[in-house]
Ligand binder design. Structure first.
Ligand SMILES: *[C@@H]1O[C@H](CO)[C@@H](O)[C@H](O)[C@H]1NC(C)=O
Ligand SMILES: *[C@@H]1O[C@H](CO)[C@@H](O)[C@H](O)[C@H]1NC(C)=O
Ligand SMILES: *[C@@H]1O[C@H](CO)[C@@H](O)[C@H](O)[C@H]1NC(C)=O
Ligand SMILES: *[C@@H]1O[C@H](CO)[C@@H](O)[C@H](O)[C@H]1NC(C)=O
Length: 401
């Protein structure tokens, strides 16, 4: 009894402490976001506790919670929804029911979740993909690529590529009545990494290079070289995604060795011989002044850490490492960035670099936006910001695909 009271007391104090974490002033629904922030941070704390007592690994608690929110493939009056496989990878397929005169556009969507969490069957992604299919009269494919730490880099990317290449076969496009000149690859967060990377790979492949009309990247993660850009500094404690949680979960795509996430937090995870890569992500060159503010550029630290993970230097994990002649080949690109997001500068740098080489880029920057909002568009957890991001993305597709 005494113990239970003590535990509740401690939990209450923690909760009271966390709920007072300041939320940036311009964010709406402050109370709701404060609450979600608190729940997320307490989850992270509990996950660390469980890991320390040997109950489960850190990420497993997040996986359990995310998996509570799975949906069945439920068709509605306009869309037939089916779970199937493309090239042995599970996908959820959204097919408009009505016979249309013309062929349809198609969107392949890669969900976020730090390569560790999530599924296209989670209710927000199901709703997003369903509405995309509905609004655009499009065929939409949600992809359940395999997740880390069980499957590490580059498995998620290879799965995504297999699905896309399977779908792009002439006979499959014909089967679903898809217009092969109106296909978009989309993704949010780590799904944005995959979308950007798949698009780069296909644009370098003579068989597929003309088959992608557009890519849409929603607050994407685009580089692991510099983990201390101005957006990392300003949003270290969230809202929602903190540097700590991002490093702990994200590093699992490369290794289970915790030393890597600790090195990422200190921005000294890149091996000695890789200084030549800094020029691709040098924010003091590529960020517009309004985002640089008074931050002083500091190169990531090379000397002291000696990890050799080739993934860390691979443009398939950091699409920003592609050189200008590769970027030049990219199709019409939509990038959505949020002001209050550690990954904001990844998106901003990509926008600048693509514009510099003449790629057609549409950039939506949301001044009061924050990372992960798109995952809150279904009740009871919906956020106005999530719905706004969803609508911006779908509207862009409607007008451009
Ligand atoms: C089906 O499409 C019609 C016409 O676009 C729309 O009004 C209706 O809301 C759609 N139904 C669903 C379940 O989305
Ligand atoms: C980064 O850019 C600044 C100019 O803004 C330059 O002085 C510095 O040498 C660059 N560093 C690297 C590693 O590219
Ligand atoms: C450190 O790096 C060097 C050169 O890359 C390598 O030969 C050595 O094995 C590394 N040491 C450790 C402890 O990883
Ligand atoms: C750009 O990268 C590609 C692939 O790595 C390489 O073949 C090409 O030579 C590079 N181009 C320049 C100008 O560095």
């Amino acid at each position: 009894m005494g113990c239970r009271t003590l535990c509740f007391g401690l939990l209450f104090i923690l909760f009271a402490y966390y709920i007072y974490i300041p939320i940036p002033e311009n964010i709406e629904e402050t109370w709701k976001i404060g609450f979600m922030n608190t729940v997320l941070k307490m989850t992270s704390l509990t996950a660390k506790l469980f890991e320390n007592i040997g109950l489960m690994r850190y990420e497993e608690l997040f996986v359990i919670l995310t998996n509570l929110d799975m949906t069945e493939p439920i068709s509605d009056e306009n869309i037939t929804v089916t779970d199937t496989t493309f090239s042995d990878i599970p996908v959820r397929l959204y097919l408009p029911k009505w016979k249309s005169q013309r062929q349809r556009p198609a969107v392949i969507f890669l969900h976020g979740g730090a390569f560790v969490l999530g599924s296209c069957k989670n209710s927000p992604y199901d709703l997003l993909n369903r509405q995309t299919a509905n609004k655009l009269d499009a065929v939409v494919v949600g992809v359940d690529y395999r997740l880390s730490p069980q499957y590490q880099f580059p498995i998620a990317l290879e799965d995504a590529l297999s699905v896309v290449k399977f779908f792009l076969q002439d006979k499959i496009l014909e089967q679903y009545r898809v217009d092969s000149t109106r296909i978009c690859i989309s993704g949010d967060s780590s799904g944005g990494t995959l979308a950007a990377s798949v698009t780069q790979q296909l644009k370098n492949d003579p068989v597929f290079k003309n088959k992608i009309k557009a890519q849409a990247l929603i607050y994407p993660f685009l580089q692991i070289i510099d983990s201390f850009t101005p957006s990392h500094r300003e949003n270290e404690h969230g809202p929602l995604l903190t540097r700590d949680i991002a490093a702990k979960l994200g590093a699992l795509y490369v290794t289970k060795d915790e030393a890597l996430s600790q090195a990422i937090i200190k921005n000294k995870h890149i091996p000695q011989e890789s200084r030549h890569l800094f020029k691709f992500v040098n924010w003091s060159i590529f960020l517009p002044d309004k985002f640089k503010k008074n931050h002083i550029y500091r190169e990531p630290i090379l000397e002291r850490f000696n990890l050799s993970y080739p993934a860390l230097l691979d443009s398939r994990l950091s699409p920003l490492l592609a050189n200008d002649s590769q970027l030049q080949k990219l199709p019409l690109t939509y990038v959505l960035t949020c002001q209050h997001d550690i990954l904001r500068d990844d998106g901003l740098i990509y926008v600048t670099r693509l514009q510099n080489v003449g790629v057609n880029v549409v950039h939506d920057h949301i001044e009061n936006g924050f990372h992960g909002a798109l995952s809150f568009i279904t009740s009871p957890f919906y956020l106005l910001m999530g719905i706004r991001i969803k609508n911006k993305y779908i509207t862009w597709l409607e007008e451009n695909l």
